[in-house]
Design a binder for this molecule. Structure first.
Ligand code: HEC
Length: 468
């Protein structure tokens, strides 16, 4: 990504170097590392940028390649947000694009370094733009979003895909689920069973939840149903199964929320999936108060190999509700309280002394939440793994460390996981204000642990690879 951006800035500098009037500013362009700011500063009020040369940055030479790499995985026709394929589709958004990118709100990325948290390793798919890239959006907007000359258009890289590459099996739910929030009950839990169809034992190394009806799909927990008990559900659906898998012998292997990318394990890491086992989703639908909505298209793509990997991955939900003990007492967030904290600690099981590496971590909370931090407690020290200080309910996900598994975060005997969640139970919290309004409420109420969107949780999901 960085290479692309600097290539395009370099190209701009070269082009500009050929312009007759740039003699005295050419040096400035070089030292600032980018022609765009030079051309905007160099020729104020001259729409041609001097000598009839297209203003920089412009759509064809600068912005189109940038949005292809950093925006269009979501911003495309039929995608998650307004399309950015062409100048015509994008031009009117130039100011908003500058504002959102400048503020770090787009592309969405919430694992952020803070004074109290420096993650030990870089994260994969880190979506953050460089300052130079943000400046390009700003300069483009400031100049009135020039189109530039199509004849000079930069090559457009293929946008990255949110879809899992090379799945071994792709499944879709076998029936339809309808949720209707007009009775005021918005949170519904239904379980969906899938037959992955593997005829021999395999090792899953990647999975992607396929979002059916985006208007109502809130989150999905993914389980292996070892005994294939869920095979008896009519059309593979068990309605109102609660926030569990709906079967006895189930193992949690992953979690999905809107905006999640495929979960891909590092090389040599896999999750055993026996022939004949099924996959169960516990789907949390958030119904609409305006009436019934249906989903018949939610599904799952899995990728697997048949060779036993060197590492087997385990996934655990730590916190409340889940494994661990509160250090802050009863889970209750008083109405009106801002900065309320809940802290939960969980001592890791011994895993028989095997080498264990934590390779992925993420948070799950609801709409009263504003911040979460997960750390490892070791010998009186707190080693922060991740913090999500601008919590956004719409962009929850797992963050994977961007290193080979044997260089990932090593767990030691005696380690404990510590999760600290911070809540703002006041109308100053816009997410909460919106959620209250949706239920016809105009004041906060005491918030307890629970499954509803107006209840709260304080959870971290961690994926740990154990050497075999
Ligand atoms: C991972 C998916 C994703 C990526 C990548 C992404 N966006 Fe977005 N963007 C969204 C979604 C979804 C929305 C709709 C609002 C929301 O849910 O936050 C949005 C909304 C926006 C908006 C506000 C639109 C409005 O209605 O006001 C702007 C502006 C924007 N994005 C710009 C960008 C730019 C510029 C980039 C690349 C530098 C980018 N986005 C990358 C998903 C994405």
């Amino acid at each position: 990504m960085a290479a692309l951006a600097s290539a395009c800035v370099d190209g701009a500098a070269d082009d500009d170097g050929g312009v007759a009037d740039s003699g005295s500013t050419g040096g400035a362009a070089d030292s600032s590392g980018g022609a765009p700011s030079d051309s905007s500063g160099g020729a104020p009020g001259d729409p041609t940028g001097g000598g009839g040369v297209a203003l920089r940055p412009n759509w064809h030479e600068d912005i189109a390649p940038l949005v292809a790499v950093h925006c269009r995985s979501c911003h495309e026709p039929g995608g998650l947000a307004f399309p950015m394929e062409s100048y015509a589709q994008t031009e009117g958004w130039a100011n908003a694009m500058a504002v959102y990118t400048g503020a770090g709100e787009m592309p969405p990325w919430h694992a952020i370094e803070t004074d109290e948290c420096t993650p030990p390793l870089p994260f994969e798919h880190d979506a953050r733009l460089s300052d130079e890239q943000k400046q390009l959006f700003q300069d483009w907007a400031d100049q009135g979003a020039p189109e530039g000359d199509p004849a000079l258009a930069a090559p457009i890289p293929t946008p990255p895909s949110l879809e899992l590459a090379d799945p071994s099996a792709t499944m879709q739910m076998g029936g339809s689920i309808t949720v209707d929030g007009s009775d005021g009950v918005l949170d519904r839990f239904h379980c969906v069973s899938f037959d992955p169809g593997n005829t021999e034992d395999v090792f899953v190394d990647a999975m992607q939840v396929i979002q059916g009806n985006a208007a109502i799909l809130h989150h999905v927990l993914i389980f292996i149903d070892e005994g294939a008990e869920s095979g008896s559900w009519p059309q593979g659906i068990d309605e109102d199964c609660g926030s569990g898998p709906g079967v006895g012998d189930a193992q949690l292997i992953g979690a999905w929320v809107p905006g999640s990318l495929p979960i891909e394990a590092p090389a040599d890491v896999g999750i055993p999936l026996r022939a004949g086992a099924r996959i169960v989703f516990d789907v949390h639908y958030h119904a609409s108060v305006t009436g019934p909505e249906s989903d018949d298209a939610t599904g799952l793509a899995l990728r697997w190999g048949t060779d036993a990997p060197e590492w087997v991955s385990l996934f655990a939900l730590v916190g409340a509700p889940g494994q661990g003990d509160s250090t802050t007492g009863e889970f209750v967030i008083p109405a009106g309280e801002r900065g309320h904290e809940e802290v939960i600690e969980w001592s890791l099981p011994r895993l028989g002394g095997a080498e264990a590496r934590l390779w992925s971590v993420g948070h799950h909370m609801h709409k009263v939440a504003v911040d979460a931090k997960t750390s490892i407690l070791r010998g009186g020290e707190e080693l922060c793994l991740v913090q999500t200080p601008h919590w956004d309910y719409g962009w929850q996900r797992l963050y994977e460390f961007d290193v080979p598994v044997d260089e990932s975060f090593a767990l030691q005997a005696g380690d404990a996981v510590r999760i600290r969640c911070t809540f703002d139970n006041s109308l100053e919290n816009p997410e909460l204000a919106g959620a209250l309004a949706e239920q016809g409420l105009d004041a906060p109420t005491d918030v307890y642990l629970g499954e509803g969107t107006l209840d709260e949780m304080c959870l971290a999901g961690i994926a740990v690879a154990v050497r075999q």
